[in-house]
Design a protein. Sequence first.
Length: 421
Amino acid sequence: MAGIVQFDKVDILFPGIDDRAARGRVEAALKGLDAGKSRNDLIASNGVVVGAADVNLEIEQGEIFVLMGLSGSGKTTVLRAVNGLNKISRGRILIRQGDRVVDMSRPEAGVLKRLRNEAVSMVFQQFALLPWRTVRRNVELGLELRRMPAAEMRKIVDEWLDVVGLLPWAEKYAEELSGGMQQRVGLARALVTNPDILLMDEPFSALDPLIRNKLQDELLSLQRTVRKTIIFVTHDLDEALKIGNRIAIMKDGRVIQVGKPEDIVLRPATDYVAEFVKHMNPLTALRAASLMKPVGEVVGADGAHRFIDRDLYEIELDADGRLAGLHCRGESVGWCDADSEFVRTAGNVVLVEAGCLLKDVVEIRQMTGRPIFVCDGGRIIGFCGSNEILDALTHAGRSAYGDGARSGSDMSKPMLANSTL
Ligand SMILES: Nc1ncnc2c1ncn2[C@@H]1O[C@H](COP(=O)(O)OP(=O)(O)OP(=O)(O)O)[C@@H](O)[C@H]1O
């Protein structure tokens, strides 16, 4: 098993009853599933609801993996199976905990409890804070279960309250806090036990858009330090694209596409995904490497010199592909990094990293008015001019499926087709 969580042909069915007949109903429904019956057929024929069907996923350690789909698509069902809150009807979920692997389809006695206490924590949409406990006492909960001495517990809890910016609020109660603050308490409470895996079920969807955006940024910044494996459920594609390292799109209990944000945006696997993507915001989904015009596409005749942008710029690269000289219509031009103080100097060309978000590319372009070159590990790999930026803004997600907004000739452009991310 390469990842930290593996779903292996997982079906989760809800029989609607909780007695000895339930297993028989589930078995019959599984046969129906194998025979190609739909979710609606199965509800109608024996009352069984298909929560998840044939889910295969490998979640990597340290990634933010997003489960995304419309209401009822099965996201929460899949998420809750990771900590045993939903029973697996068929298939296996394997979780790596240190050098052990826990099989969630038949966890041994005590294993589930240990997993929940030590390895997996959950953050809920509705915060689920205990109203009679102060902020500090809410965060202490997980450590209390471990019977940790009070002084040690206080030290750890206060460190986490500090991380989420709530130390001054430690003695307040949930009702005295805003929604955003309550969710920060929820996050601190989940992280205080130092779990390997964090399950987040629509954690920001009850918040207004500004706070939501801020908490997304805070989560991303926190993740750079804590490097947890986060499985995050959302029905909002923009949120999924912003925070996910990878995204699984779900429909009717099934996973219909798994990929990096750019895979989903640029190469939607089905009409259904393309339809979603049509309404997303490309600014926080696309990166410089996928909107640029690759230098390799417009190589000049001689090896070391490459000419791009209709021969306007002549780039001289050394043997390692690093920038060695730059000319514009025969005049030598300087270059600098996007965050350099020379960025406003006349004639300068700005260098950005391949992973730079479109929103930052737009901002740099607007601030400086300078042409932008894209680097990867110090090598120049492409160019972003106004055309590339506008094309990305107007045509993202309409490449293979969708409304055909890109014409045949557009489609042949290297910009999107040669994405390297
Ligand atoms: N405990 C349960 N008992 C019976 N049916 C359930 C149960 N949990 C989920 N379901 C059903 O499984 C299907 C998937 O539900 P799930 O909550 O996983 O979807 P979701 O994508 O998370 O939706 P939402 O965004 O609305 O929470 C739905 O049809 C739902 O009614």
